[in-house]
Write a protein that binds this ligand. Structure first.
Ligand code: FPP
Ligand code: MG
Length: 342
């Protein structure tokens, strides 16, 4: 493990401490539900399990459940389902992006082929819905279905925007709010719902996830430009290669002179190959656009931290026991999202 990965793993392990046992149980549940689907598919599903990684979404669901009051078996089921949907969507995303590596492993489309990857992604997502049916709660089912719809819509907005280098911040929010923030919002919201939160409190948990999700994707998009493939462990530069305009580039075009804009446009209009990524990244860094994008992520995280403060206060007033540790972890995860380099 590279030193940076070690730091990230340590930060996550300590944030996951209040739900350590429940996360182990959820991971076991996840593994067991991805086994023995059919002997022909087991190898793919077992492999896909390794592509997921940080387990951020199940951890958020469990932490929000605990912060709101309790973790029961339904919360474990939902947490496992969230990870399956996340993994399924990444399997699909890697086909769309033509990515060859994720979590230091070959993607399913690279190791096998895109046909299998489409179907393995579908299988993961449908298995997730089977799992949540066991909760027997229409709110859970509806929330997850709406989240999947919004994820796909976000991805579609992005696909429709390929080659468009005059996106606004609002266009970008529409894309990332759908493709990334929906699932993270769904994780915090369903975890809290199953923990007992309702009404305004539930909305605050959802808002926390939404802010975190957008910040997460801004960092992801910055890493796609300036990150180190060895450290991040996945194919980078796919946004530039596939002509997807993300926040650093949007901010660059908003602030650069006519001449600089023209020069950048000529470089990227037909897609930037991996070997030329460093050159574009250097211009973006030099112009301050990467820092400006990361400033936006930091602002969102500050807002998310305020929301945790409000939730913590409510729990305190109500005399809710053992809520401080999960709230501390939610704060640490919010800070981790903007500090991470993996
Ligand atoms: C990563 O984007 C991709 C996503 C966050 C979502 C992808 C979603 C789909 C393909 C639709 C899935 C379908 C359902 C039904 C949920 P990225 O390429 O910016 O991130 P990366 O760097 O990790 O590849
Ligand atoms: Mg991708």
């Amino acid at each position: 493990m590279a030193p940076n990965q070690k730091t990230s793993a340590t930060a996550l392990a300590s944030a996951y401490e209040p739900i350590e046992q429940e996360l182990v149980e959820t991971t076991e549940l996840l593994k067991s539900r991805l086994r023995h689907v059919d002997p022909t598919f087991d190898a793919y599903l077992e492999y896909s399990f390794k592509l997921g990684g940080k387990r951020l979404r199940p951890a958020l669901a469990l932490l929000c459940g605990k912060a709101a009051g309790r973790i029961d078996n339904r919360c474990r089921l939902v947490a496992a389902a969230l990870e399956m949907i996340h993994t399924g969507s990444l399997v699909h995303d890697d086909i769309l992006d033509g990515a060859k590596f994720r979590r230091q492993l070959r993607t399913i489309n690279a190791r096998w082929d895109s046909q299998r990857a489409v179907l393995i992604g579908d299988l993961l997502i449908t298995r997730a819905f089977e799992l949540v049916c066991e909760c027997d709660d229409s709110h859970v089912f509806r929330t997850l279905a709406s989240c999947c719809k919004r994820t796909v819509e976000g991805e579609l907005y992005q696909t429709e925007s390929v080659g468009n280098f005059s996106l606004t911040f609002d266009d970008y929010l529409k894309i990332v709010g759908g493709k990334t923030a929906s699932l993270i919002e769904c994780s915090t919201s369903l975890g809290a719902y199953l923990g007992g939160a309702r009404g305004e409190e539930l909305e605050r948990f959802a808002r926390f996830g939404r802010l975190l999700g957008i910040a997460f994707q801004i960092v992801d998009d910055s890493l796609d430009l300036i990150g180190d493939e060895q450290v991040v462990g996945k194919t980078l530069g796919t946004d530039l290669e596939n002509k997807k305009e993300t926040l650093p580039l949007i901010l660059f075009f908003q602030n650069a002179s006519e001449k600089e804009r023209e020069r950048m446009f000529r470089k990227i209009e037909s897609g930037v190959k991996a070997r030329d990524r460093a050159e574009v990244a250097a211009i973006l860094k030099e112009s301050g656009s990467i820092d400006a994008a990361l400033d936006e992520a930091n602002k969102l995280v500050d807002e998310a931290l305020d929301v945790v403060g409000e939730l913590r206060e409510k729990a305190r007033v109500e005399g809710r026991k053992n809520a401080d540790a999960p709230f501390d972890s939610l704060e640490s995860l919010a800070r981790f999202v903007v500090k991470r380099d993996v």
